[in-house]
Design a protein around this ligand. Structure first.
Ligand code: 26V
Length: 673
């Protein structure tokens, strides 16, 4: 009944329904006459993209005209999750779309569920990058993200009898409605080869292999603003001229050109072999080189009518932020481009690089700080190694490129307490409304757990959650040991005594790195303990233990609002900051956290022997857990919950990005008029 009409700026539900129908008919990706939820999702997403395109293009033109200083965020990881709900929310067309879809026979929630998570990242660092993109757009900051368009992102976690199994998450199986290939944005990327010295003494990197970086743009709409920034993802492509048709016809299908175009095949390719390590390095250089060539091209395009390039102005137009060590090859790459391609001298190039690039560190774990042998580096990037050695010689004691997350972080920790908000929390109607909102979220979470695990949990029990990557330092093991202890205690109690306890549902979720054996054993242990406890009729109305499979951004969106207590119990001194803690606090959840400062020196020594250490810490942990059971007085808990949300404003990534913009990048907002 609804006519298919193209109307990219449709605002009322009937016109939106027509535009969705238009996409179902005229941007077909499926056989005709089908309009099942999946088809409806793609047509809806394309219709929402229509809404974004104008303001996205307008934002680009505006930046081009105003030519403000712009930030470029370089990250090997982005955990974007689903985009549809975020886009309709930010465009403020949620109700109109819900209404339009109703006319087409669907509920908006059913359609948004169809979208696959874009999981181009691992954990905290990747999700932080995505939150930052969101905040940069929301604050109308001229800022872009750069990353890689991995064909396969983070694996999907399947729970089997033997524990975790990894299967490929095919987020591009059909296509992504959010990305636009920019066929005009292509840069050459070189690997291997040698350095040639020109007669004038300048140097040039030549030979080796050359592949192409092709740009795909994803829109990043801001909240309550029309400003729509870009996340530019690079894809590796072989050059047509390198494709050897004769070899292929001879049955040599593994031709070099095809092999090198596989750089973006997977996120974190296994680096147990030399080939794997080399591939990681190639990925990182690929991101740095493509992004910097793009940035320089844009700088040259925006000369404001002048025909001469003033390189000294580069740092007043460009700020580059390196998300951890992965994109640090940006430093020698910018030096190379400025010296070898643009003809600048060392001092000028170094001054520009120093004033352009900043770096944030996200971990203290030595195994996460990747290393490559000099042999590999000299082979793959001979010119960069010359530059790195020169940097090392000249400036190793005066390096000025690092901004640590630690200082910012300790400022956050010193945030004032909640005393100002006490009156607010005592408001007579608020607590009841608060409790019913929390209960509704817990009910949704219980439905979800039933759907994915088959175990039914009681929304009136205390929901105690630990979700994060599985790692020994994050101490999921201590948490599950605490759960076993709780189970044993319940078994010893009389039925009357049991009734006096607070029923509790402990949920643990997270992916273990595929080759991290101990982490996988922890996953298996949690699910095995759950299998025993959940089927024990004597205690299972007082305690349930759930391993939540396939923890990702959309699963977090169900778990965090339904939480009442969450565990942030990493070994003291090991967690750079944690980010989900802040999301839990914002959602009125009380958190149990490690008190880093109070760690005794003697304990520090023991950290090395984690399992020994575990027993000591477990006792303290249980003491803490007992206290929080005592606090399970509804009224008191609700008040603490309200205060938790009220006090968490400081943890907004908008605040963080505002501070980065002022203190590090020195950029101003540039809103669309
Ligand atoms: C490094 C490597 C190297 C080898 C291959 C696999 C792999 C995966 C990840 C990493 C770096 C991880 C760094 C990270 O995610 N850090 C987290 O960053 C959060 C945001 O700053 C912070 O809240 C977490 O505490 C920190 O663990």
């Amino acid at each position: 009944k609804i006519p298919p009409v193209a109307n990219p700026q449709a605002k009322d539900p009937a016109a939106i329904a027509s535009n969705i129908n238009y996409h179902a008919h005229y941007s077909p990706h499926f056989s005709p006459y089908k309009f099942e939820p999946e088809q409806a999702f793609y047509a809806t997403a394309e219709s929402v993209r229509d809404q974004l395109i104008k303001q996205w293009n307008d934002t680009y033109s505006h930046y081009h005209k105003v030519n403000p200083k712009q930030t470029y965020y370089l990250s090997m990881e982005y955990l974007q999750g689903r985009a549809l709900t975020n886009a309709v929310g930010n465009l403020d067309v949620q109700d109109a779309y819900a209404n339009a879809l109703k006319q087409l026979g669907y509920a908006l929630e059913e359609i948004t569920e169809q979208e696959k998570d874009a999981a181009l990242g691992n954990g905290g660092l990747g999700r932080l990058a995505s939150c930052f993109l969101d905040s940069m757009a929301t604050l109308s900051l001229p800022a872009w993200g750069y990353g890689l368009r991995y064909r396969y992102g983070l694996f999907k976690q399947l729970m089997t009898k033997t524990g975790q199994e990894e299967i490929a998450e095919d987020w591009l199986e059909k296509f992504s409605p959010w990305e636009i290939p920019r066929h005009d944005v292509v840069f050459p990327i070189r690997f291997f080869g040698q350095v040639e010295i020109n007669p004038n003494g300048s140097r040039k990197w030549i030979g080796g292999e050359v592949i192409q970086a092709a740009a795909y743009d994803v829109p990043i709409p801001g909240y309550k603003t029309k400003d729509t920034n870009s996340l530019r993802l690079w894809e590796a492509k072989a050059r047509a001229e390198d494709f050897n048709l004769f070899e292929f016809n001879d049955g040599k299908y593994e031709s070099a050109a095809l092999l090198h175009s596989r750089i973006c095949a997977v996120l974190y390719p296994g680096d147990a072999t030399e080939d794997g390590k080399l591939l990681r390095l190639k990925q990182q250089y690929f991101l740095c080189s493509a992004s910097l060539q793009d940035i320089i091209t844009r700088f040259k395009e925006r000369l404001g009518g002048r025909d001469k390039i003033l390189w000294s102005e580069f740092p007043s137009k460009v700020a580059v932020q390196l998300n951890d060590t992965h994109p640090t090859l940006s430093i020698p790459e910018l030096m190379r481009l400025l010296m070898d391609d643009e003809g600048l001298g060392w001092d000028e190039a170094w001054d520009i690089t120093n004033r352009t690039i900043a770096y944030t560190n996200h971990t203290v774990l030595p195994e996460a700080l990747e290393k490559w042998s000099q042999t590999v580096m000299w082979k793959l990037l001979p010119r960069h190694m010359e530059i790195i050695e020169e940097i090392d010689k000249r400036v190793r004691y005066t390096l000025n490129l690092v901004n640590g997350v630690a200082q910012l972080h300790s400022d956050i920790l010193k945030a004032e307490l909640f005393s100002d908000y006490v009156k607010f929390a005592d408001n007579s109607e608020l607590p009841a409304e608060w409790e019913s909102a929390k209960l509704a979220s817990k009910q949704q979470l219980a439905n979800y757990v039933l759907q994915v695990t088959g175990v039914s949990i009681d929304p009136n029990s205390l929901f105690d959650i630990q979700i994060k990557r599985i790692h020994e330092y994050k101490r999921q093991l201590m948490n599950i040991m605490g759960a076993v202890y709780r189970y044993k205690k319940l078994k010893e109690m009389s039925p009357e005594e049991r009734k006096k306890t607070t029923p509790r549902t402990i949920m643990i979720g997270g992916k273990a790195f595929a080759t991290y054996t101990n982490a996988k054993r922890i996953v298996k242990l949690v699910s095995d303990v759950g299998a025993v406890v959940n089927t024990d009729p004597e205690v299972n109305s007082f305690l349930k233990i759930i391993f939540v499979p396939n923890y990702n951004v959309s699963v977090a969106e169900v778990l965090i609002p339904g939480s009442e207590l969450s565990q942030h119990i990493s070994t003291a001194g090991m967690e750079a900051s944690g980010t989900s803690n802040m999301k839990f606090a914002l959602n009125g959840c009380l958190i149990i956290g490690t008190l880093d400062e109070l760690m005794l020196k003697s304990e520090k020594k023991l950290v090395k022997k984690i399992s020994l250490f575990l027993v000591q810490q477990l006792t303290k942990f249980l003491g803490c857990v007992k206290k929080e059971s005592k606090d399970w007085d509804r009224k008191k808990w609700t008040k603490m919950s309200i205060l938790s949300t009220a006090g968490s404003g400081k943890f907004s990534s908008d605040r963080t990005i505002g501070q980065y913009a002022n203190e590090i990048w020195k950029i101003d907002e540039c809103p669309l008029p």
